[in-house]
Design a protein around this ligand. Structure first.
Ligand SMILES: C[S@@+](CC[C@H](N)C(=O)[O-])C[C@H]1O[C@@H](n2cnc3c(N)ncnc32)[C@H](O)[C@@H]1O
Length: 223
């Protein structure tokens, strides 16, 4: 694809479905030129900065799955760290098309499919490292989603979510009923996320970060 064709496709995807993620395409080109849902202009760089310390610097030989991948940012970061067996899934076909376009332009070895987090068993395999970033609080069937994620995780899951604040050590989950972007969903406290992943079979589950209304944990299969 030449530069003019890449620029034309970036604009086309900007119309539909819009670029939520700002991905470096090389040649001085990036995907995102406007804010869609109030996210940062360089989204999800700040999200990545919160979780990057839990991602090994070298991922060669490791398999990686990015859930709710959108345009593939976290999958591409894994590939940039040397992983060659990297897959992303998203419910929306338009985002998967964006991600495939970014893979083609960057040449990064990542594949993408339109799949739901509730249908992960259909992948019929497991991954060493799973990114579960910005998706848990979109899940109406939150415990089913956690069990599905557990079924495809051979080792480590990095979870990032909007969280319930100020609950102390209480594993509380609040119902989010008034947000038109994610109606009928649930928002857990960090202790609640920890309990959910322990109950779903992970031996070691540790807090990773908390900043503003967001937080993260790292769940490991065997300590
Ligand atoms: C808030 S965005 C987060 C995207 C990305 N992980 C990030 O942090 O920038 C949520 C993403 O999850 C996808 N999504 C929502 N429900 C899903 C589901 N049931 N299965 C898979 N993906 C889903 C959306 O299409 C969207 O791309």
């Amino acid at each position: 694809m030449d530069r003019a064709e890449i620029e034309r496709k970036v604009l086309e995807f900007d119309e539909d479905p819009g670029w939520y993620q700002n991905i470096d395409l090389g040649m001085g080109l990036r995907t995102k030129s406007r804010v869609i849902y109030g996210e940062d202009p360089d989204h999800p760089k700040q999200r990545w900065d919160c979780i990057a310390s839990a991602v090994p610097d070298a991922l060669s030989g490791k398999s990686v799955l990015d859930l709710g991948c959108n345009a593939g940012y976290f999958a591409f970061e894994a590939a940039r760290r040397g992983a060659t067996d990297v897959h992303g899934i998203d419910l929306r076909r338009g985002y998967v098309d964006q991600a495939r376009f970014c893979a083609e332009v960057t040449g990064l070895p990542v594949t993408f499919d339109t799949t739901s987090v509730y249908d992960l068993k259909s992948l019929e395999r497991t991954y060493d490292l799973v990114f579960f970033v910005g998706l848990l609080y979109h899940c109406k069937y939150i415990l089913e989603a956690v069990d599905q994620v557990s079924a495809v995780a051979a080792d480590t899951v990095i979870v990032e979510s909007a969280i319930e604040l100020d609950t102390g050590d209480e594993p509380l989950v609040s119902y989010v009923g008034n947000n038109p972007n994610r109606p009928g969903t649930w928002q857990p406290s960090i202790p609640a996320m920890i309990e959910m992943f322990k109950e779903s079979g992970f031996e070691s589950v540790e807090p990773l970060f908390q900043r503003g209304g967001r937080g993260g944990i790292v769940a490991r299969r065997n300590g």
